[in-house]
Design a protein around this ligand. Structure first.
Ligand code: G3P
Length: 225
């Protein structure tokens, strides 16, 4: 399973890129609005340079022509730029045109398997089902991942299933068990994925036990003077 970071926060992205666990990044207008310091275009260009993989950047235009214009600008920002388009009829029309130009598109705001099928048919590189928002609305977001993964497998559809609106590590495990291609992870969820109390207890015990050895020999990894 590939891990994308669902954030526009450069220090956060950098932290996980430096660990070698980031395959890409997804941004959206809400995430970019939180990062007020720079002009959004300059900010996005920094992210594109920093990340060794695809970076999804969302159009904010709504009509077909305006979407195309923004999408083409986004695609020119970097070789790893992926255009994020919403699951609307204009969005699918723009997707079809862009896919014929070789521009990669991530279809966002997917809440049903029929939407995912339409996006795949129109040429999406990625579809992003929003599981947390479905959970919030009293449904089980993971049912949608199960359906989409199964349908795409049935027809050998190449579009990748990018699990979005992830709220906790169990979402990641369940999506991985179902065979979803990618999970886009908010930094706080990724932080939680590192944690296990037995790891902390284990480190403490090793270090406590080592104190007696150091008392006798000093720091054995430092060359003697
Ligand atoms: O990037 C889109 C998606 O992951 C947003 O998640 O938490 O705002 O529902 P959320």
């Amino acid at each position: 399973m590939k891990f994308f970071i669902d954030s526009a926060n450069i220090p956060m992205i950098e932290k996980f890129v430096d660990m070698g666990i980031v395959d890409g990044v997804t941004t959206n207008p809400s995430l970019l609005a939180k990062e007020g310091a720079n002009h959004p275009i300059d900010h996005l260009k920094k992210i594109l340079k920093l990340v060794p993989g695809p970076v999804s950047i969302e159009v904010v235009a709504t009509g077909y022509e305006n979407m195309l214009e923004e999408a083409r600008q986004i695609a020119k920002m970097g070789t790893n730029a992926v255009v994020k388009l919403p699951m609307t009829k204009d969005g699918m029309h723009a997707l079809h045109t862009l896919s014929q130009e070789g521009i990669k598109v991530n279809v966002t705001l997917v809440f049903s398997a029929t939407q995912a099928l339409i996006a795949a048919k129109a040429g999406a590189t990625y579809v992003s089902p929003f599981i947390g928002r479905l959970d919030d609305a009293g449904m089980d977001g993971m049912d949608l991942i199960r359906d989409v993964v199964q349908i795409f497998r049935n027809y050998s559809i190449k579009t990748e299933v990018l699990v979005a609106s992830v709220r906790h590590p169990i979402h990641v495990i369940d999506a991985a068990k179902l065979g979803a291609d990618i999970a886009t992870l908010p930094p706080d969820v990724l932080d939680k994925m590192f944690m296990h109390p037995l790891t902390d207890i284990g480190i403490k015990k090793f270090l406590d036990d080592w104190k007696g050895v150091e008392a006798k020999y000093g720091d054995i990894f430092k060359p003697p003077k």
